[in-house]
Design a protein. Structure first.
Lengths: 150, 85, 150, 85
């Protein structure tokens, strides 16, 4: 059961986890990313490439499902304008094996936070705004999964 | 050869629109050629495409290097490196 | 914010995650373990050592909080009779750093599933019951955290 | 020396109670001595403590090896290896 959604709307983490728990795997791991209000941030805008972004997320989810024995996995990613404290991204994985649930969850969130086709613009209290630049440290976190596969 | 172009993030803002339909001449063989050709059309494109190291591209929704041939392509997107979610 | 509870009552995963999200760390990882209904299991009884079990859980939680930069962590472990599909254990961690949240969550659940002072008795549909024996594979999973610390 | 003993899991079931208060003689110096002494009292204790490899102990709520001295202890628990949650 692979469920991938790119959406503007908020989502309910408790309901998403309950759905994964109901699959009977016995173990459910999750990661939720939220907008931090650092440096007087008032808005984080997430821009997607309509169609391509969701296809890319589905591709990485399918790759995780091949790599780990999962009973199910859910990926939800929001786009559009978000304010501090709002959820951006959710990854939930269910498995009989807790290591499989935890590792696939870490794999997916590392990729989502680095390789996913999104662009972020930060707007601050003083009216300034800037597009976030890609970070080398994030690329390294995603890269270790490639290393592990070699 | 009619092409749909899509722009994202600051590329979109610099050009002032989120896409356009173009019909480049035969001599435009690669994504980089396309950027050169568009840069010659007006100052906005020229400024947006000035630093090629900051640009990435997708041809028909697949990420490609800028020297990729565009023959047969229908949709080409130009954007900064993705920053993830 | 370290919150450790050993209790008979069920708990609400969504509410626990919301509490961790509200700490502002930006990233929240969780693992929920549930009773699997394998082999006609009708009841899993978890026996604790009153007082000692909660103290041991608090000790490992404090050790995780020293080892990783966490905004908060929650550990809830049920005891008493449980039926298939019920939640047994919840670990939630909040951090600015997604790796810290994910790794501390994995560390805590590995320990809880192996080293925590609980004893499990399985009761089956045919009326038989047996105390679960300690598993070497689980010890190995917990042990790797000691290796990593050396 | 009055001691509170606690039993868990199948040890509790084999002995038929979850604990007891005992007052062992001076010669009982370690947890293992205590198990020997209790085994001599009746068949239930004898059966519960027969296989020492399957037993673990805590003295005043700290896990200890069976050869640990019990002088000054107030609470001693005897149980199988923990199986986690």
């Amino acid at each position: 059961m692979i469920d991938v959604r790119v959406q503007r709307d908020a989502f309910d983490v408790g309901a998403e986890l309950a759905r994964l728990e109901a699959l009977g795997g016995g173990g459910v791991a999750s990661f939720t990313g939220l907008v931090r209000g650092d440096g007087d941030l008032v808005e984080l805008l997430l821009e997607q490439y309509p169609g391509m972004t969701e296809a890319a997320l589905r591709g990485i989810a399918e790759s995780a499902a091949r790599r780990w024995p999962l009973a199910g996995l859910t990926v939800i990613h929001r786009h559009g304008p978000l304010t501090p404290g709002e959820r951006i991204v959710f990854v939930g994985t269910a498995s009989r094996h807790r290591a499989a649930a935890l590792e696939s969850c870490a794999f997916l969130i590392d990729w989502l936070k680095t390789g996913a086709p999104f662009w972020k613009r930060e707007r601050f209290a003083d009216g300034t705004a800037r597009w976030v630049e890609a970070r080398a440290a994030d690329d390294a976190a995603a890269e270790r999964w490639n290393d592990a596969a070699r | 050869m009619a092409l749909d172009l899509l722009y994202f993030a600051w590329v979109r803002e610099a050009i002032g629109k989120d896409g356009e339909s173009v019909d480049p001449p035969e001599s435009v063989a690669t994504v980089a050629d396309l950027l050169d050709w568009l840069s010659a059309t007006d100052e906005d494109h020229n400024r947006a495409f000035a630093d090629r190291g900051r640009l990435r591209a997708a041809v028909d929704q697949a990420f490609v290097p800028l020297d990729t041939a565009i023959a047969g392509a229908r949709e080409i997107a130009i954007f900064p490196p993705v920053t993830g979610g």
